[in-house]
Design a protein around this ligand. Structure first.
Ligand code: OGA
Ligand code: NI
Length: 325
């Protein structure tokens, strides 16, 4: 696909944006975004399905993943309770100089329309509980329990993706820094927008980290760009959405695809989503794994310190002032 080539550099600004944005959206057509049932008795089949979806789509949903439905509901309840607090209480955990904290973005120019709460959840040494809201009181307990499950599921999926590359199951997790890989949750809260055709909750982007595991509420609006079309992600109760980010594409030397996606707003209904972004430890060099490259397979991406990739990409986003719609 066209955008892979352009993602070859450390910048990941989506190319040909105008062309892509001009493409129509297949509203109500939930075609084909793969769904993988992790409880299938033949693990080989699960591995193959996860690998194929990562090669061809860069996004898939998993069901029967082992995270208790009750816990997923609790996560949603405490998140919603936070956003329902009076503005002054939410400001108690407001974002400061770093990315963590609460931020509200309702711009008149309809460029952005979101509120979010962002904080690290792993490793424990990087957590700043200042940004975990004290209200509702169960916020911390529920998020800690959820983190344990997220980490387990992420490592399981990374294990299968490692096998898909012909590597030992721990290969990808290890290359992200093992226990020091960074997990960050962002609760995205999108009020209904009367101008929903014009505004976006999140601009067109690929996820910068390695992999994202996301739980949405039941209101559709996450769209992915595939074969020159925008496709809606179908809501499946209790499913977890898995998105391949830039670093897995780079580490796999292009075998796994990152995926362009965006968040639309709904005219009448609140959208709220819980992505967990998994990224390499910040000072690690990240690029095609040496086992995957050689004379026959030259590296397609440069190896650079993740922190630089991250900063460069965010700076490019800002400089490019990506059109949001
Ligand atoms: C993100 C993202 C989608 C959404 O936060 O990276 O893609 O619908 N979110 O909020
Ligand atoms: Ni995203």
């Amino acid at each position: 696909m066209e955008y892979e080539r352009d993602h070859n550099t450390s910048s990941s600004s989506p190319p040909s944006l105008c062309k892509q944005l001009a493409s129509s959206t297949l509203r109500g057509s939930f075609l084909n975004i793969p769904v993988v049932d992790l409880s299938a008795s033949d693990e080989e089949l699960v591995v193959r399905a996860v690998v194929k979806a990562s090669e061809e789509w860069g996004i898939f949903q998993v069901v029967n993943h082992g995270i208790p439905t009750e816990l997923m509901q609790q996560l949603q309840v405490v998140g919603k309770q936070f956003f329902d607090l009076p503005e002054a209480e939410k400001e108690a955990v407001a974002k400061e100089e770093d990315f963590e904290g609460y931020k509200r973005n309702y711009l008149e120019g309809i460029k952005a329309w979101d509120e979010h709460l962002f904080h690290r959840i792993w490793p424990p040494s990087c957590i700043n509980y200042k940004y975990w809201s004290k209200n509702p009181p169960r916020y911390r307990e529920v998020n800690e329990e959820y983190t344990r499950h997220m980490k387990k599921l992420t490592e399981k999926i990374l294990g299968w993706l490692s096998e898909g590359l012909g590597l030992p199951p721990v290969a990808l997790t290890k290359s992200l820094g093992g226990e020091m890989a960074e997990y960050v949750i962002r609760v995205n809260f999108y009020q209904p927008s009367p101008k929903s055709e014009l505004a976006l909750g999140a601009a067109v982007h690929t996820d910068i980290g390695a992999i994202t595991l996301l739980v949405p509420n039941e209101v559709p609006g996450l769209q992915v760009f595939k074969d020159e079309q925008w496709l809606d992600l179908e809501y499946i109760n209790s499913a977890v959405v898995v998105i391949i980010g830039d670093q897995l594409m780079r580490m796999s030397n292009g075998r796994y695809k990152n995926v362009l996606h965006r968040a639309t707003l709904d005219k009448e209904n609140l959208r709220i989503l819980w992505p967990v972004f998994v990224a390499p430890k910040h000072d690690l060099f990240v690029g095609p794994l040496p086992e995957l490259t050689g004379d026959e397979n030259p590296p397609k991406f440069e190896t650079i310190v993740y922190k630089y990739y991250l900063h460069q990409t965010i700076r490019n986003w800002t400089l490019d002032k990506l059109p949001l719609y």
